[in-house]
Design a protein around this ligand. Structure first.
Ligand code: SF4
Ligand code: SF4
Length: 409
């Protein structure tokens, strides 16, 4: 049975195998920025040996990406992520949540707040100003993140109405699309590609009203009450609506998969690549491109979904897919981490960018299944003036299907 809270840290034998897998330890070389060091800090917090007000304790735990890259390499099965959740909840109860994080989380607590703000951001993106101002300064990087959320039209076409497969039958498996907040405003092209590719693989996609932000950001920051309230609202909205809840954002998927499995009417949560992989997926038309697959931490480590994205990409003939060294390490995005801790976030990103730059052949696209990763990697590549696009894997399959004539967009 899974151990909850601080108890999940019990098996740690302090061997240090997790250190080379930790992006923040690699960035600073400081043991207190490593999983092993943070576990000692969390245990001291639990036992009252360090007060929750200890500044160094707060700082080292705040600088953890929550990427859980330390979990799969741990021979003792330490549940680092569950320990971190418990520690952050205790810190939030004792100290409150820092003002900037509180403001951001407050926006995402209500649809009436995030929707107009992100819609404005989408309009601003359409002016082309964010793309023109993207760069390596703090503002330039933020502009690059927004610009990178836009569909890359070099290889991936425009979205539009789907011509549905004529073979559609009423007893097809149904998948309710989780729309989310950032995905539903800045990444609608990924939702469109999700719907089209699922339908082309024999699923019926169901739109469910009454959805909200998933609450994963709140959970990561220790605001468990808001996280649970948003989870409950989504559980009520989706109850009985479909065979699966399909998610194309790894961060949302990790939180929903865990949370919705514990509700009274559990709905199986699947990443889009899992549903497509289960269906085959159908093979499309060739796309002769070099692509590097970069797995989101919350897909690979938190949900254990490793092969399905590669199965999706392998359904595209002539796509040359590579997995770069260190691909399993976080890109530094980590929800709102990149806004709260930009220096650490950029230091972690630099490590990944160096690998991408050194890759031969150099990829034309990075494929990754999480909006934060798309924006973080995209902004980093723009800051270096590198002509490498960042897309969701399903966009490549969608393009392949459109070229094969499975549907018109
Ligand atoms: S978390 Fe696991 S890998 Fe890291 S020090 Fe503890 S037992 Fe070793
Ligand atoms: S969750 Fe990520 S950043 Fe935090 S200790 Fe583990 S590997 Fe390091």
């Amino acid at each position: 049975m899974a151990r909850g809270g601080f108890e999940a840290l019990d098996p740690c034998v302090h061997c240090g195998f997790c250190l080379p897998a930790c992006p923040t330890y690699l960035a600073t070389g400081d043991e207190s920025d490593s999983p092993r060091g943070r576990i000692l800090l969390m245990r001291a917090l639990e036992r009252g040996e360090l007060p929750a007000t200890d500044v160094a304790l707060q700082e080292h735990l705040a600088h953890c990406l929550g990427c859980r890259g330390c979990e799969p390499v741990c021979p003792a099965g330490v549940g680092y992520g569950r320990g971190l959740e418990a520690a952050r909840e205790r810190l939030a109860q004792a100290n409150g949540i820092p003002r900037l994080a509180r403001t951001i989380l407050g926006v995402f607590r209500r649809n009436s707040r995030w929707r107009p703000l992100l819609t404005l951001a989408r309009w601003f993106r359409a002016t082309g100003i964010p793309a023109a101002l993207s760069g390596s300064s703090r503002i330039g990087f933020g502009m690059g993140m927004l610009a990178s959320s836009r569909q890359d039209r070099r290889q991936v076409g425009t979205s539009g109405l789907t011509v549905l497969p004529s073979s559609r039958l009423p007893d097809l498996p149904t998948a309710a699309l989780f729309r989310g907040c950032v995905m539903d405003t800045l990444f609608r092209h990924v939702h469109d590609a999700t719907r089209r590719t699922l339908e082309a693989n024999g699923y019926r996609v169901v739109e469910v009203p009454g959805q909200s932000c998933c609450g994963a950001l709140h959970d990561h920051a220790g605001d468990r009450d808001s996280a649970r309230a948003l989870l409950a609202a989504n559980a009520a909205a989706f109850a009985g609506k479909a065979d699966f809840l399909v998610v194309n954002s790894a961060g949302c998927g990790a939180w929903l998969r865990n949370g919705l499995s514990e509700t009274s009417a559990p709905l199986p949560v699947r990443d889009i690549t899992e549903l497509l992989a289960e269906a085959g997926p159908r093979v499309g038309a060739p796309l002769p491109l070099d692509v590097a697959y970069d797995p989101p931490c919350h897909l690979e480590h938190a949900q254990g979904v490793r092969d399905a994205p590669l199965a999706v990409l392998s359904a595209v003939p002539e796509l040359r897919v590579q997995r770069l060294p260190g691909a399993e390490r976080c890109c530094g995005s980590a929800g709102i981490f990149s806004m709260l801790h930009p220096e650490m976030s950029r230091a972690v990103l630099d490590d990944k960018l160096a690998t991408i730059i050194a890759a031969r052949p150099r990829p034309a696209f990075i494929a990754t299944g999480n909006p934060g990763c798309v924006m973080q990697l995209g902004a980093g590549l723009r800051a270096r003036r590198l002509e490498i696009g960042v897309v969701h894997p399903v966009e490549l399959l969608d393009e392949s299907y459109a070229r094969a004539g499975f549907y018109h967009r």
